[in-house]
Design a protein around this ligand. Structure first.
Ligand SMILES: [Zn+2]
Length: 482
């Protein structure tokens, strides 16, 4: 391409001089594990086993003091250890008990241990740092009217704490959160063995996960909250975290969760975690998020009155609940596998609404079919989405991976029949429980249950620019008016 304007030429020259500056900076450098959508996310050379995160919260206008302790195993010889981390100041770092050098490079924190770490050995990392909730627009801490919550999906956990920020490396988590008297802190998983501990004016709350978790699904809520306990199917502990002042008003919604879990279990089998509940935050996020065992909702969803109809709110609750199986217990191998999270959550959301008699699955899928080519043109096919534009992370969450991906599941069910489809769903969450799985794994499993190779059938649905013909609905492909 030829440069056609002085403006473009100036922009190119500016970019070229930036490249020159970057070129003289010696290593350390930012690394990633090669995710097509987030090339610098995650880090090679080690496997995290557990995170132990301590946060000291003062107020919404101050960075939190934090300590992140990581237990990992080296996979190769490491002269430097890259973590993903930004939006905090690092005070010190240790690797295997000895002080380590540290430098921020891009969104990586590069540690240089006193001596290289040999392969296949324990790797114990301690980083003392701050975690800054102020001025956020790119995920991580969510500032609420009365405290903080977390929304780390897809690539923002490392804007809260140093980590290997990719769902392919799941780990166990312990949280220790201290907050001023009167505030309540809650995190994923179960309360620690010790009750909340008071020291002076602050209380420290501890929680730990009983199942491995992706960094993107971590949740810490600090606020003027009520924590409401009840029991769900087969004794499952339910725990909701809501603004204390809204507790009674929200009760009719909170009561519904047990029924939603029963409904999901009848379709895909046992709920996969130690507990469940909803976290209702006074924040304007514009989204809800399936943080593991404690899904985040914005309070406006439950405002009632002239707001959203009840069937819609319930179907959104079921969407986040379905993610506990699809996306949380079974994590995506790469972010291009996001359709497996959102497609399934949308599928059960739509099935639930269908069951309420409000919006039939067939109508929803027919409408999705009519738009699917447009969605693919805008965002790429469901299993090979285009990267988000810089600074527009929400851009990954496009219709092609929601209803556009539910449409793939509908096509699969049409092709192999409802019984085989149900077996695929149950085996998927059963065999990959607490694990990581991707699109190729799904095609393989569907082929096994169908008793024939489905690659030729599924690939155009997953990767095609155009939406294939829908089995059983030739009329959907009829020429559209232009
Ligand atoms: Zn979702």
């Amino acid at each position: 391409m030829q440069l056609t304007s002085p403006r473009l030429r100036a922009a190119l020259l500016a970019a070229a001089s930036l490249t020159l500056v970057a070129a003289v900076v010696p290593p350390p450098k930012a690394l990633g594990i090669g995710d097509a959508l987030f090339p610098e996310l995650g880090n090679p050379g080690y496997d995290v086993l557990s995170y132990d995160l301590s946060f000291a919260y003062k107020d919404n206008n101050s960075p939190l003091d934090a300590v992140t302790v990581i237990d990992a195993r080296s996979l190769t010889r490491l002269e430097t250890v890259n973590l993903d981390f930004t939006h905090g100041k690092v005070a010190s770092a240790e690797v295997n008990g000895e002080p380590a050098g540290f430098a921020s490079v891009g969104e990586d924190l590069v540690l240089t241990p006193a001596r290289p770490v040999e392969p296949d050995l324990p790797l114990h990392i301690t980083v003392r740092h701050t975690s800054d909730p102020r001025g956020r627009g790119d995920g991580g801490w969510v500032v609420t009217d009365d405290g903080l919550a977390m929304a780390n999906q897809a690539d923002a956990a490392h804007r809260v704490f140093p980590c290997n920020d990719h769902p392919a490396d799941k780990a166990y988590f312990t949280f220790r959160v201290s907050a001023p008297a009167g505030k309540t802190a809650v995190a994923n998983g179960v309360p620690g063995a010790l009750p909340a501990r008071r020291a002076g004016a602050a209380t420290t709350w501890t929680y730990r996960t009983l199942h491995p978790m992706a960094t993107e699904l971590a949740q810490v809520s600090i606020g003027d909250s009520a924590v409401i306990h009840r029991t769900g199917p087969h004794g499952l502990p339910l725990r909701d975290v809501v603004p204390a002042a809204d507790r009674e008003r929200l009760e009719p919604w909170l009561k519904k969760t047990a029924g939603h879990i029963q409904w999901m279990e009848a379709r895909v089998g046992r709920y996969p975690f130690e507990n469940y509940g909803v976290l209702i935050a006074k924040a304007r996020t514009g989204f809800e998020l399936e943080t593991q065992t404690l899904s985040l909702f914005e309070s406006a969803l439950f405002a009632g009155g002239g707001g959203y109809p009840e069937w819609y709110v319930e179907s959104v609750m079921v969407h986040e609940l379905a993610h506990q199986w699809f996306g949380d217990s079974v994590s995506p191998r790469t972010w291009s596998d996001l359709w497996l999270n959102e497609g399934h959550a949308t599928w059960y959301e739509a099935l639930y609404a269908d069951g309420l008699g409000k919006y039939s699955l067939e109508r929803r899928m027919r409408e999705a079919y009519q738009r699917s080519d447009q969605w693919r043109a805008a965002g790429g096919p469901p299993a090979a989405p285009k990267p988000a534009a810089p600074g527009e992370k929400i851009g990954l969450f496009r219709p092609a991976v929601y209803d556009g991906a539910a449409l793939i599941l509908y096509a699969l069910r049409q092709e192999i029949g409802a019984k085989a489809f149900d077996r695929v769903e149950r085996r998927w969450v059963g065999e990959h429980r607490d694990g990581v799985a991707g699109t190729a794994d799904f095609v393989r499993l569907a082929s096994q249950e169908a008793g024939r190779d489905l690659a030729t059938f599924l690939e155009p649905w997953l990767y095609g620019k155009k939406t294939p013909a829908m089995p059983g609905h030739p009329e959907w492909s009829a020429p559209k008016s232009v």
